[in-house]
Design a protein around this ligand. Structure first.
Ligand SMILES: [Zn+2]
Length: 449
């Protein structure tokens, strides 16, 4: 469908009809595809702070320069580093069985040889919160609670708290370790990693997530009221400060006095997969859209790309960007970090005075079948700090999240999961929006808080 809207591509699409269906998509759609394909092939997993994240920055600088971006640079910062180690788990009672587990980022390591302890089953995070102080001493706290897939991915916020907060809550009640059901919607045996955190004053403990089928097994045994014991080996551990950085690139506008339009994604990934949907695709989409807009003529405003570092482990890149660019006004920010499936809705956080601008954007997206969401745009992790600090406008091109949490933070986050046609639809939607906002002469700002 998207190709029909772009007559210039028809010839290319015809040429490629000789290519097998599973080969690379047409070159006209190729910038986004090539970025995510090459990044996942030539770099692959790029955990925040790791040598592979550094290699990704070098790769990104070379690629963005080759694509014609200007002022391509790295803005370095440091993070509290964490590295993965050996990881395994097994039920040792009442029914000895291996489990598929992965450590959560910021997990403390288990002692040499691992640990074996009784399991206390909690059906939800709220149940863990209600456990008496000290009641988990010498035990492994286990947190269940599945969430269901939805187009807007709304289950991830509330249910993801089991991962974000659960380990610290367990630690505060004396637990030796916390294990959770993976924060995901698939039925595969792959566990989902992701960051957790331990606030000041709470000592970090080992924390891991088991796959959905293993979580079901644990729930069945708990449902019979049988006592469980678990053996855990989670050797991931903190390693002190590590280098990270943001990669910035620009297409300078005709009027440097106007505030730039910021387009963001994140370059780091979790280490289990190759970071295709999270978030190589986002980096491809925003770069391709910016170049498409520039092809229509030099935009009025500068378009700036932020390929943020270290998003997954604490949004350090977004925070570093907001700090480094605090003195520079930002009109509008957008982020692509929810996979590569179709844009199905647009959400705005625009000042009342920018209503006509929102109407023009809505009219440009309507032919793609993309309606306006009545609720305000929430933005994304990496633009959150700068947009909030400056009350900048935010526009979200909401992607279909129905299958996103099947793959998110798993070994299955790989290139083959990206549908080239849906990726191209993203680029088309982004191109239409960026073409309008980057050529807007009037003031742009967010809605009053
Ligand atoms: Zn992401």
């Amino acid at each position: 469908m998207t190709q029909l809207l772009r007559p210039a591509l028809t010839g290319i699409a015809l040429c490629l009809s000789l290519v097998p269906a599973h080969a690379a998509p047409p070159q006209g759609e190729g910038v986004a595809w090539d970025i995510v394909a090459d990044l996942t092939t030539e770099i692959g997993p790029r955990l925040a702070g790791s040598p592979r994240e550094a290699a990704a920055r070098d790769w990104a600088v070379a690629r963005l320069k080759a694509l014609g971006f200007q002022n391509v640079r790295v803005e370095p910062f440091t993070i509290a580093g964490w590295v993965r180690g050996a990881e395994s788990a097994a039920l040792t009672g009442p029914y000895p069985q291996p489990l598929h587990i992965t450590a959560l980022g910021n997990s403390a390591p288990t002692p040499a040889g691992g640990l074996t302890a009784p399991v206390v089953y909690f059906a939800s995070l709220d149940a863990l919160k209600a456990a008496p102080a000290g009641s988990l001493a010498g035990k492994i706290a286990y947190i269940d609670h599945a969430f269901v897939a939805s187009q807007d991915g709304s289950g991830y916020g509330p249910f993801g708290q089991a991962r974000r907060q659960g380990p610290a809550i367990g630690a505060s009640k004396g637990a030796l370790a916390v294990v959770i059901r993976s924060i995901g919607t698939d039925r595969n045996r792959d566990p989902h990693t992701g960051g957790t955190s331990f606030p000041d004053g709470i000592k970090a403990i080992p924390a891991g997530a088991v796959s959905a089928p293993d979580a079901d097994l644990i729930a069945r045994i708990a449902g019979k009221g049988q006592a469980m014991t678990m053996h855990l080996v989670l050797e991931g551990h903190a390693v002190g400060e590590l280098p990270s950085g943001n990669v910035l690139a620009e297409l300078p506008g005709r009027d440097p006095s106007l505030a730039p339009v910021l387009l963001a994604c994140h370059l780091d990934s979790w280490d289990l997969g190759t970071g295709a949907i999270d978030d190589g695709a986002g980096c491809g989409i925003i770069a391709a859209a910016a170049l498409n807009v520039a092809k229509q003529g030099q935009p009025l405003r500068t378009i700036r790309l932020l390929w943020a570092g270290s998003e997954e482990v604490g949004v350090f890149g977004g925070a570093a960007y907001a700090k480094a660019h605090a003195a520079e006004p930002h009109a509008l920010a957008m982020e692509s970090d929810f996979g590569a499936d179709r844009v199905w809705r647009v959400s705005f956080n625009l000042a009342e005075a920018n209503k006509p601008l929102a109407e023009r954007i809505a009219a440009a997206l309507a032919p793609l079948g993309i309606p306006v969401n009545a609720a305000k745009a929430g933005g994304g992790a990496d633009i959150g700090a700068i947009a909030k600090a400056q009350s900048a406008a935010v526009i979200d091109l909401d992607q279909d999240g129905t299958r996103y949490f099947d793959l998110h933070h798993t070994p299955d986050d790989t290139l083959d999961k990206i549908d080239p046609e849906q990726l191209a639809q993203n680029v088309e939607a982004w191109t239409r929006v960026v073409a309008i906002v980057a050529n807007e002469a009037g003031a742009i700002s967010g809605a009053a808080q």
